[in-house]
Design a protein around this ligand. Sequence first.
Ligand code: FAD
Length: 516
Amino acid sequence: SGSGSSSLMWFRKGLRIHDNPALERAAQSTKFLYPVFIIDPHYMEPDPNAFSPGSTRAGLNRIRFLLQSLADLDSNLRKLGSRLLVLKGEPSQVLFRCLKEWDVKKLCFEYDTEPYYQALDIKVKDYASIAGIEVFSPVSHTLFNPADVIQKNGGRPPLSYQSFVKLAGQPSWASSPLSVTISSVPPVGDVGGCEISEVPTIKELGYGDIEQDEFSPFRGGESEALKRLKESINNKEWVAAFEKPKGDPSAFLKPATTTLSPYLKFGCLSSRYFYQCLQDVYRNVKRHTSPPVSLVGQLLWRDFFYTVAFGTPNFDRMMGNRICKQIPWNDNNELLVAWRDARTGYPWIDAVMIQLHKWGWMHHLARHSVACFLTRGDLFVHWEKGRDVFERLLIDSDWAINNGNWLWLSCSSFFYQYNRIYSPVSFGKKYDPNGDYIKHFLPILKDMPKEYIYEPWTAPLSVQTKAKCIIGKDYPKPVVPHDSASKESRRKMAEAYSLNQKLNGKVSEEDLKKLR
Ligand code: FAD
């Protein structure tokens, strides 16, 4: 390869060819283009029992989704006469070897606001600058550049959705249509001594031993993302009337929302293209809902959390996080494990957790109920522990959004009405009085009569026997009584809030110990 003739497109998120400015730039005026994805051991942990604190590596479902997405990207690149080059190892080391071996003059990758990539990208940019390699790293994962919004707000992120929406205004790119097709890309050059593989199988990554009888119906990849997007926006009335939090969290055969989150997480779908399609629908209907409840409003929630997360040091922790209330959460491992393994004895909570294990996706309000239950509602376990479990098991697991919502649900930030606790019994019943959702995800309860399905421990023994489900044996008794546990939680929250106020947020670990 001669000088100036090779460029490298480094895919991380943004696993798509539509609306991909980094890919477009990489393809311009170059003889060879190397499209690369590096399998990063940092995210891999096949052992399902590896739930040590801080271990938030990807579970089977998300890796499966990722590999499907890579296979689809490879196939889309092949249609353009190219292919995806998969490598494995610590990303900067692998990348530096490729840059050298292929004599790359231009390196392109999507900008990423997560701390892990922020640190990695500094290393990569330093290396490139010394080696004389041009770097292009555009913001295209979100509607707005979080840094711009923070700057507009005088250097600090806006902490309410309303102020975010007002500050952000219209996205700068929205005045002209996005480039959503790429007609050709230069061929891949000689790969020389770099160890290139095909997209690996789930077994090759060590996840093969995990048995699972039901998976999420969401197949990874850009093609599937665009197909699903089309199905959603073709239903103009539905898009125009979309209103969250209305919608049934127990609907699983036909979920109440778009279910596009895993595609947005990996960037199989461009959030900007999604936004543009929604605006097109809005222009063609008489009336439509607005933020925060509309579908555009949902995308703005995503950008809101990205912005706050980017501008808040220690956003993913309680300690040292200036927007997080300091609360004396407990470290009760037994309660945590009961919640994680769907053994709380509350069928609604446990069914949602089984859906998490099997699908890696649940409706927003289902996430609300289990997050509230684990933290400020009933168990008073630290939100960081619940966050870890979600981070591992969700297929849409997203650093900014997941942490932001755990802060919200635990009344640690953004939302402070800790007296409003979801009932693990009556909340689900409102939507699904027959308990069809429970019966699907917890088949042990399939013969429990509907009058007991949300509180099976109240069923007479004769009923339990007939339903072939003895409570305390086949299915657990409640880990805590909701009435007294939630009352105690409210009391602890009140106490913690007043301490935070008294000490103006400067609460130490010692202060918290006294409250525990
Ligand atoms: P739709 O209602 O169709 O919305 C479209 C898109 O808007 C979503 O795909 C998502 O990208 C965005 N969006 C919707 N709601 C939110 C929200 N509250 N905050 C930020 N963006 C939003 N979402 C994730 O994508 N990743 C996570 O790791 C994640 N963790 C969560 C943890 C908790 C405790 C809670 C309560 C919510 C979490 N959410 C997370 C937010 C939300 O539940 C999901 O985005 C949503 O349910 C995904 O389904 P959907 O694509 O059908 O959403």
